[in-house]
Design a protein around this ligand. Structure first.
Ligand code: UT7
Length: 342
């Protein structure tokens, strides 16, 4: 047997409140026409003020565990950019609230590529016999870090969570992960950034008299900032490149791909990537029209939506790709397995 991580459960969760483009029109200098034509998004879900990322993660995780059946998992990986706290990680509290006992639990931070990095981490835990079953959750509450006056980010991002269970199995089985491709380019780290609140620019300077820490001349900025145009160009190029590599390593021609699930950032980006590969646009799964860009939750939410809406049949060749802050990007090939529904 050629040990591999095999997808065996999937679940997702969206907070109930919906913000439509018309709602944004009432608050910001924007129009439904602009947002739909420039991004493909019509509405997004937004978590309540007292809802944390872990609350979304627990809901999605519980559904994925139910779809995977009754065997316990022995590790939980939470991919998020919006952890409940900067310390400790969010995963241990999610594991505890899911009643998983003292399992290994930690977060991975790769912004919108986080779920792919989480899958790769799960595959590593399984390959090294550290775990037999791993719950990977992509969860983000971006509404908590958006500048309320920034129309370019408010129009795009939404909140949500999606989750998958991976079990130890054989590389030849349907559902076996991979090939998986991951990459980064930190020279573009300023293109997507929350500048203040980390060790580079803490909220407060040290209290020791020797402290040389100087507040930024720009003043603190707690909000998520994105250079949309530069990110757009990079996202297209990198998702095309990593998708080709993953498909090539799987021995697939691009025309063999039954469903292409790209990070749901912008419909124009998804179509540009599909056209360049080329994968016919109807084989591209589109979920962002209803949920916006949900960052680390985007891929598992889109996958779950595709599964629930009957777009996936056992044996289908599925190609996932994502791009996000860091910069980070990647792709993953897998043959769709038979999955339990929740
Ligand atoms: O998930 C991680 C990766 N993120 C992404 O992949 C997102 C990538 N970037 C994008 O999706 C697009 O760049 C945006 C949707 C963010 C912006 O679309 P764009 O077509 O690139 O617009 P732009 O940034 O070039 O802005 C064009 C104009 C600007 O006005 P001026 O300066 O020309 O007067 C913007 O201020 O559009 C304006 N604009 C808006 N107008 C109405 C930006 N957002 C809005 C808005 N409503 N919501």
């Amino acid at each position: 047997m050629n040990r591999a991580a095999v997808l065996c459960g999937l679940g997702s969760w969206l907070p109930p409140a919906v913000v439509t483009n018309q709602d944004l029109e009432a608050e910001l200098d924007t129009t439904d026409e602009w947002v739909r034509s420039r991004t493909g998004i019509s509405r997004r879900h937004v978590a309540a003020r007292d809802t944390a990322t872990s609350d979304l993660a627990v809901e999605a995780g519980a559904r994925a565990l139910k779809s995977a059946g009754s065997d316990p998992v022995d590790a939980v990986v939470v991919a998020t950019t919006t952890p409940d706290h900067s310390c400790p990680a969010t995963a241990p509290s999610v594991a505890a609230r899911l009643g998983l006992g003292t399992v290994a639990a930690f977060d991975v931070a790769a912004v919108c590529t986080g779920f792919l990095y989480g899958l790769a981490t799960a595959a590593g835990l399984i390959a090294t016999h550290t775990a037999e079953r791993v719950l990977v959750i992509g969860a983000d509450k971006f509404s908590g870090i958006l500048d309320p006056h920034d129309r370019s980010t408010r129009a795009i991002f939404g909140d949500g969570a999606g989750a998958a269970v991976l079990r130890a199995g054989d590389a030849a089985e349907a559902g076996a992960l991979g090939p998986l491709v991951l990459a980064s380019d930190g020279t573009g780290s300023d293109l997507i950034c929350v500048r203040s609140g980390g060790s580079r620019e803490p909220w407060h300077t040290s209290t020791t008299p020797e402290s040389k820490a100087v507040p930024s001349p720009l003043g603190p900025d707690p909000y998520f900032r994105m250079n949309g145009k530069a990110v757009f160009r990079n996202a297209v190029e990198r998702m095309v490149e990593s998708s080709r590599t993953a498909a090539g390593r799987a021995g697939w021609a691009v025309e063999d791909i039954d469903l292409f699930v790209a990070h749901q950032a912008n419909l124009r980006i998804m179509h540009a990537v599909a056209d360049r590969l080329p994968v016919p646009r109807p084989r591209c799964h589109v979920h962002l029209d209803r949920v916006g860009n949900t960052a680390a939750a985007s891929l598992p939410l889109a996958l779950d939506d595709a599964a629930v809406s009957g777009r996936l049949a056992a044996g289908d060749r599925v190609l996932l790709t994502a791009f996000g802050g860091g910069l980070t990007w990647g792709a993953c090939a897998l043959r769709w397995p038979e999955l339990g529904t929740v």
